[in-house]
Design a protein around this ligand. Structure first.
Ligand SMILES: C[S@@+](CC[C@H](N)C(=O)[O-])C[C@H]1O[C@@H](n2cnc3c(N)ncnc32)[C@H](O)[C@@H]1O
Length: 225
C-alpha cells in the first residue's frame, strides 16, 4: 500500500516536472522576437556605468579570456559610454591602440570627456554607420561586440566588414544577454545563441570558443575568420 502511494507521488512529481519544462519551452517559442533592438539611448548611460556592473560583467576576466595584451590593436564596436574601451585602453597600454566605435555621436562625446579626464591617449574614437563600423582594414587583433550585436540591423553584412578589419589571426568576441538573465533588455530583443552562431557562420566565421563564466547573464562567444 505504502509502496503504491510512494510510486504515485513519484509519478506525479515526474509529470509535474515534464509539464513545467514543456510550458517554459512553449513560452520561449511564443516570444515574438524583434530585430533589431532599439538603439540604446544615451540618456541611459548611467545604466552602462553602474557601479555594480563589474560584479556580473567581469571585464577583467573577459580581457583575460581573450588574452588581450600590451601593444595589441583592439576594437570595441558599439562602445556606448566606453565602459569596456577604458579597460581595454589600460590593458593594451601606451604601445597599443583601441578603436572605440559607435554610431551615436553623443556616446562618442561622453567617451571623449572621460578619456581626457583619465588621460588615456591610445583610444581612437570612430563614428560608424549602421552598416559599416568604418575600421581600418587588416588592423585588429581582437574585435569585441559587448551587448551591441542585437541592435545591428543587417548583422551579416556588418560582420563581413568587421572581418575585413581583422588581421588573419584576429578574433571576434560577442557577448549578448541570455533569455535567463535577470537583467538586460526585454526578452523580445534578446537573441538566441544559436541564431548568432548561425549568422556569424554566414558572415564567414567559425565558433572557436564558448565561455560560460558570464552566465546566467550573458553568453560569450569567440569566433575566428
Ligand atoms: C546596449 S549599448 C552597449 C554599449 C557598450 N558596449 C557597453 O556594453 O557598455 C549598445 C551600443 O551599440 C551601439 N550600436 C548600435 N548599433 C550599432 C552599429 N550598427 N554599429 C555600431 N554601434 C552600434 C549603440 O549606439 C549603443 O551605444
Amino acid at each position: 500500500m505504502i509502496n503504491q502511494f510512494t510510486k504515485n507521488v513519484k509519478a506525479a512529481f515526474i509529470f509535474a516536472a515534464i509539464l513545467c519544462l514543456c510550458i517554459s519551452a512553449y513560452a520561449k517559442e511564443d516570444v515574438q522576437r524583434e530585430r533589431p533592438g532599439k538603439l540604446f539611448s544615451p540618456s541611459k548611460i548611467p545604466l552602462l556605468e553602474d557601479a555594480g556592473r563589474d560584479e556580473w560583467q567581469k571585464p577583467n576576466e573577459i580581457l583575460n579570456a581573450l588574452n588581450i595584451k600590451k601593444g595589441q590593436t583592439v576594437a570595441d564596436i558599439g562602445a556606448g559610454s566606453g565602459y569596456l574601451a577604458v579597460k581595454l585602453s589600460e590593458r593594451v597600454s601606451t604601445t597599443g591602440t583601441v578603436y572605440a566605435e559607435d554610431i551615436q555621436q553623443e556616446m562618442l562625446d561622453y567617451m571623449s570627456k572621460r578619456l581626457t579626464e583619465k588621460e588615456l591617449k591610445n583610444v581612437t574614437l570612430v563614428l560608424g554607420t549602421m552598416d559599416d563600423p568604418k575600421l581600418p582594414q587588416n588592423s585588429l587583433d581582437v574585435a569585441i561586440l559587448l551587448s551591441a550585436y542585437h541592435e545591428i540591423a543587417q548583422p551579416i553584412d556588418f560582420i563581413k566588414k568587421v572581418k575585413l578589419a581583422l588581421k588573419p589571426q584576429g578574433i571576434l568576441a560577442i557577448m549578448e544577454f541570455s533569455d535567463e538573465s535577470p537583467i538586460g533588455p526585454p526578452l523580445r530583443v534578446r537573441l538566441p545563441e544559436d541564431l548568432v552562431i548561425n549568422e556569424l557562420k554566414q558572415a564567414g566565421f567559425t565558433l572557436s570558443q564558448r565561455h560560460t563564466f558570464l552566465m546566467p547573464y550573458q553568453y560569450f562567444l569567440v569566433f575566428s575568420p
